[in-house]
Design a protein around this ligand. Structure first.
Ligand code: BGC
Length: 749
């Protein structure tokens, strides 16, 4: 931006949207017109009453103190002789209420914008219309907007001139060309039904938990109101419920003009399946006048999975919708309550699945940039990115969360073979492991610290936040894993990683000495960790070495010898049996447990867990009507009551990480060389499913795997991508290496 200046309203508005407007005439024949625009807040552009951009909630959420994105739009076809260009800005992430502890955003206390329209005429001359004091400030019909609290659109407001804009010297951030995938409206859902609940409330059911907004076409009297509340689930009596949104009001208000109105919030988004109609100007409600608009970052769908079991297909559907609802510019924990934050632990757990289902390269290019910007000079990576909260509050530097710095770049490199993910992030990876080395007294262990641990695992009591596995063990295991990924990344880039390898060996040795005995995790060892003094402190203080998660991490992160594996796997199965054939793993153990079982010869137990229907299990939520992944295995309990309102989201993708096992083990498509240049096709057929198939559009071409049962055979069909080669391994032990093409086999059942 050469000439545009940051401008704001002299009223320094936080709440109602502000329209910045400029009128200009076109002199001569236009060749091209390019608009560049950004804002502190989120904006809508209009040129002569039309919207030249499909982006919503632009410029998205970045580490605003460091950088904000600039959108470039070709507006040539929107120009006429006399023109009105406007940029309307709502509070968004930069100015609205966002973060933990109910804070208002700490980035800016008023909205502002910057824009530059470059007109190139047919005679070669150029003219630039740039934001400055000549722009006017007008009122807008969006009289309130906030990401958490919702939006009020008042069509009785006639946009009026307020004042001339002021230059805004308070915005000091850097402007960068848009990096991230644009946020756009992606799907439109019609309500399935309009119901009257036992309490007598009118509730629309869109049939799908989602993130986005709700639109309405209506005619009524001037000043009449429609007020809508958002909810994800109904309570056990069938009544509307949204206490789990905590302080997020998610309230949508439309005020009618008296003419035919069309309302669609554009400055906020909500997570919902149900809409309660709190106010409506007529007795009869026309449900077909409502639509749910699904909003998320633009990503190309690349992976599909289907099988012969309706419940498993529903689970897969829930994973995909968990993804859609939480890849809205940044990878969030959930889209509904007063968080919607880029929680790093959730992000690392789900990114493998994400990079199969969708092309997430552009999405992560931007977010990883913010992660690098927010890494502290000492190398610490916090629990949330972007992060800026009230009173200097910041999230913990926790194992399994901070490791996002190594896991995401490595996972993306694996999925896409794109070295830039390593080049850009290797320094961050190195700084993260150096940070771990520097904290505490032990160079090769991570003892102490304040971690989220095996978050929400069930083995420390149902209402505990942190599972029973020792945080020291979890932290030291992830330390070793992050080092391993840093070594692989460095080597992929041709660096000499000898020192890191020695370091890794030392960490492994220290881990085994401190936490293991005779090839098994020790039951007990000294505890150094800080136990939070919150309401769940009693159960949160249970800490053990011998847990399912501990064994899963030891096996998955190669902290054992090959000789020790069989006994560890037996022990894991024993612990599963001891829990009635169930998992006790939380956010950190769950993404790996099925992989560990299948890879170590106990696919039978993996399937037992996968098909389990009692709490905790993946199918529990499916049986209870879920359309997205739940935060808690038992967010709705058997008796229909809810987990505490404190922490109970019905659109939390972390446990959706199971889909990478569905692709990788049920269908058997595993990456051997980055970008699927070499793959392994080793399906694990199981009668209950009847058939399973997946297709993934990889950078090397489309890979397909399909198996099905006939009366006496199991048949396999594979497509090996054009630029790939595959090792095919069948359950009867048959193996062969093949190049691109289609392959069929069958074996006796
Ligand atoms: C979030 C989680 C997150 C966690 C930290 C929660 O409030 O919703 O998904 O990872 O805090 O443990």
């Amino acid at each position: 931006m050469n000439q545009g200046k940051w401008i704001c309203s002299p009223n320094k508005q936080r709440g109602p949207s502000v329209t910045f407007l400029k009128k200009f005439d076109l002199k001569g024949d236009i060749k091209s017109a390019v608009l560049r625009v950004s804002a502190m807040g989120t904006y809508r552009i209009e040129l002569n009453g039309k919207k030249p951009s499909r982006q919503v909630l632009a410029p998205g959420w970045t580490s605003y103190d460091s950088r904000v994105q600039v959108e470039t739009v070709d507006v040539t076809n929107y120009l006429q002789e006399n023109n009105t260009l406007s940029v309307t800005v709502g509070s968004g992430w930069a100015v609205g209420r966002i973060g933990l502890k109910g804070s208002v955003s700490m980035y800016a206390d008023h909205v502002s914008t910057i824009a530059e329209l470059t007109l190139t005429m047919k005679d070669g001359s150029t003219q630039v219309i740039a934001t400055n004091k000549d722009w006017e400030v007008w009122t807008d019909s969006v009289t309130f907007s906030d990401i958490y609290d919702g939006e009020t659109i008042d069509h009785t407001v006639v946009p009026t001139y307020v004042a001339q804009a002021e230059e805004d010297p308070t915005v000091k951030t850097k402007l960068v060309d848009q990096i991230g995938a644009p946020i756009m409206e992606q799907e439109i859902l019609a309500p399935l039904s309009l119901n009257t609940t036992p309490k007598g409330e009118k509730v629309l059911d869109f049939g799908q938990n989602m993130a986005g907004t709700v639109s309405l076409r209506i005619r009524g009297k001037k000043g009449e109101r429609v007020v809508l509340s958002c909810g994800e689930v109904l309570d056990k009596d069938g009544n509307f419920y949204n206490a789990n949104y905590r302080s997020a009001k998610s309230l949508i208000t439309f005020i009618l003009s008296g003419e035919e109105d069309y309302f669609k919030p554009e400055f906020s988004f909500q997570g919902f399946r149900y809409i309660r109609i709190d106010e409506y100007p007529a007795q009869e409600i026309d449900k077909n006048a409502f639509r749910a608009i699904v909003i998320h970052s633009e990503m190309t769908r690349t992976g599909r999975f289907a099988c012969g079991d309706a419940k498993i297909n529903q689970l897969y559907h829930n994973v995909v919708w968990g993804h859609k609802g939480n890849y809205l510019d940044i990878p969030t924990d959930c889209p509904q309550r007063d968080e919607r934050l880029g929680w790093t632990g959730d992000t690392q757990a789900f990114c493998r699945t994400a990079a199969i289902n969708y092309d997430v390269r552009r999405f992560f290019k931007k977010w990883l940039g913010d992660l690098r910007l927010e890494q502290t000079p000492e190398g610490a990576v916090h629990g949330v990115c972007p992060e800026k909260f009230a009173n200097g509050y910041s999230t913990r530097v926790s194992a399994g969360w901070g490791d996002v710095a190594t896991i995401v770049p490595w996972t993306l490199y694996q999925a896409y073979g794109d070295e830039s993910f390593l080049r850009e992030n290797l320094e961050m990876m190195k700084k993260w492991v150096a940070y771990i080395r520097s904290v505490g007294d032990e160079e090769y262990l991570w003892l102490g610290g304040y971690h989220y641990g095996d978050w929400l695992a069930m083995d420390a009591g149902e209402d505990s936040y942190v599972g029973a596995t020792s945080n020291d063990l979890v932290a030291s295991a992830f330390y070793a894993y992050s080092l391993q990924l840093t070594i692989r990344a460095g080597e992929a880039l041709g660096e000499d990683m000898t020192e890191y390898k020695e370091w890794h060996e030392n960490v492994k040795k220290a881990f085994r000495a401190y936490f293991m005995e005779n090839g098994m995790p020790k039951e007990d060892f000294p505890y150094t960790e800080i136990i939070p003094s919150n309401r769940s402190a009693v159960v949160d203080s249970v800490r053990k070495g011998m847990t399912q998660t501990a064994i899963v991490l030891i096996l998955h992160f190669n902290l054992c010898t090959d000789e020790e594996r069989p006994a560890l796997v037996d022990k894991l199965c024993e612990l599963i049996d001891a829990w009635g054939g169930k998992m006790t793993t939380g956010f950190l153990g769950t993404p790996y447990i099925l992989h560990v079982l299948t890879e170590n010869g106990r696919n039978d137990v993996a399937y037992k867990l996968f098909f389990a229907e009692e709490n905790p299990s993946w199918l529990y939520s499916v049986n209870h009507g879920a359309t997205t992944m739940w935060e808690h295995w038992n967010g709705i309990k058997e008796d229909g009551s809810f987990w505490s309102t404190d922490m109970n989201s019905y659109n939390h993708y972390a446990y959706g990480a199971v889909a990478d096992w569905m692709y990788g083990k049920i269908c058997g498509v595993e990456i051997v060389e980055p970008g699927y240049k070499k793959i392994r096709l080793e399906p694990h057929p199981v009668e209950r499913l009847g058939f399973a198939k997946c297709a993934i559009d990889t950078v090397s071409g489309r890979v397909e795997s399909h198996w099905y049962y006939t009366v006496d055979r199991i048949c396999f069909e594979f497509t090996v991508p054009e630029r790939s080669e595959a090792e095919i391994i069948l359950p009867d032990g048959f193996r062969e290496t093949v190049t691109a093409g289609n392959y069929c086999y069958s074996i006796a059942r």
